[in-house]
Design a protein around this ligand. Sequence first.
Ligand SMILES: NC(=O)c1ccc[n+]([C@@H]2O[C@H](COP(=O)([O-])OP(=O)(O)OC[C@H]3O[C@@H](n4cnc5c(N)ncnc54)[C@H](O)[C@@H]3O)[C@@H](O)[C@H]2O)c1
Length: 442
Amino acid sequence: MADRYLSFTGTAPGRFLTRRLGLPQPAPLRRDALDGGLLHLTAGKSDLGLAPVLARTGLAADENGRPAAVVLDATGVRDVDALAEVHAALHPVVRSVTTGGRVVVLGTPPEAADHHQAAAQQALEGFTRSLGKEIGRGRTVNLVRVTGADAVAAESTLRFLLSPASAFVSGQVIEVGTAAGEATDAAADGGITAPDDWELPLAGRTALVTGAARGIGAAVAETLAGQGAQVVVLDVPQAEDEARRAAERLGGTALALDITAADAGERIAAAVPGGLDVLVHNAGITRDRRLVNMDADRWSSVLDVNLAGVLRTTDALLAAGAVNRGGRIVATASIAGLAGNAGQTNYGASKAGVVGLVRSLAPRALAGHGVTVNAVAPGFIETRMTAAVPLLIREAGRRMSSLAQGGLPVDVARTIAWLAHPASGAVNGQVVRVCGQSLLGA
Ligand SMILES: NC(=O)c1ccc[n+]([C@@H]2O[C@H](COP(=O)([O-])OP(=O)(O)OC[C@H]3O[C@@H](n4cnc5c(N)ncnc54)[C@H](O)[C@@H]3O)[C@@H](O)[C@H]2O)c1
């Protein structure tokens, strides 16, 4: 369903009218290329060694005072006084960041510090989220917390956040650890396996995406295949033809399987004899009703597909050793699981459960199997599912975010691809919203 309001506000009369009426002014997002260079700023005394990592991103240094990407290294902010340097660094440049540009603030985990440093580092979160809400023009603002002086561990994350791939990710706080437990057989640094080719990082890897016959899952399969992965397109037997066509297009294979089957994990393992490098739990359903009207079937079908199926297959695959070392598991939550949503007690419960699963399993899966476990939490994404939502609720879903528009399946897919990246071994246990900084539960 086309977003006519977004098209209208892109015209001169549309811009004039919506400004006069004080209506949201969404800017078309830059999903192809950023329009300008990189500006590297520092607040406090940093030991991060960020410059070589930023140089490798290939972004040219900003030369005309119109940066498309601004990185503020605030890892050296150790007290409230030093926050003045954050203001001093960004205040003069924020207006000149190009439309669809990126601001990334780097900090450290507040828990690890004394209470003065913790206060200053936590302040960066409120700062980042507030700037995201006011910056406008399709620009995004995110905070990356790094552990130790290890900019290399954050390289894949910085590349993602400073690229068009993160167009719909804003107002997020992402923690990057040190990837202890990761297999480090190839070119490795701090447990991070850097790919030979940043354009085809998944070459030689096998990725399985559940619910991939259509919608977001189809976009995920396409994106992962585009990055070199051999994809397995899994969907229910009723969608087998669609799944097979999608797999053929991508040079992959289809697997007709209901993820709630008791032996789903075993059947997946049998279908990928070489093991999986990337497992994306994307299959999901909604059966909306308010709790007073919700029968037990609506409740259990949603819990079964969205949560129990994910738990069962993950357990079975890990137990069978069918997820290779250095592997990536990415599950799909939802902002409804973080904020709650009327009419979705079943769905909200299932997606919150996914968050619980990810946070608990992540450290153990990394230590025991060398596998990371993360989640994406999409907000309003333009799919068949959201096209069926009544007009007014659909409009509210689209506009009630900092970017004032819905995301596209490719936005979720590219976020999953970053988490699935061989160099993302230090990103673990994270729940990253792909929601344009939706006001729901933010
Ligand atoms: N569209 C959004 O705005 C949005 C927002 C937040 C979260 N999500 C989540 O993203 C995921 C994909 O959503 P979508 O909008 O593309 O949905 P969709 O309905 O278009 O696609 C879901 C796919 O999953 C498959 N599927 C359903 N049950 C299955 C089962 N038991 N076994 C195997 N496959 C099964 C379906 O056949 C379908 O192909 C879901 O987990 C959904 O909850 C979507």
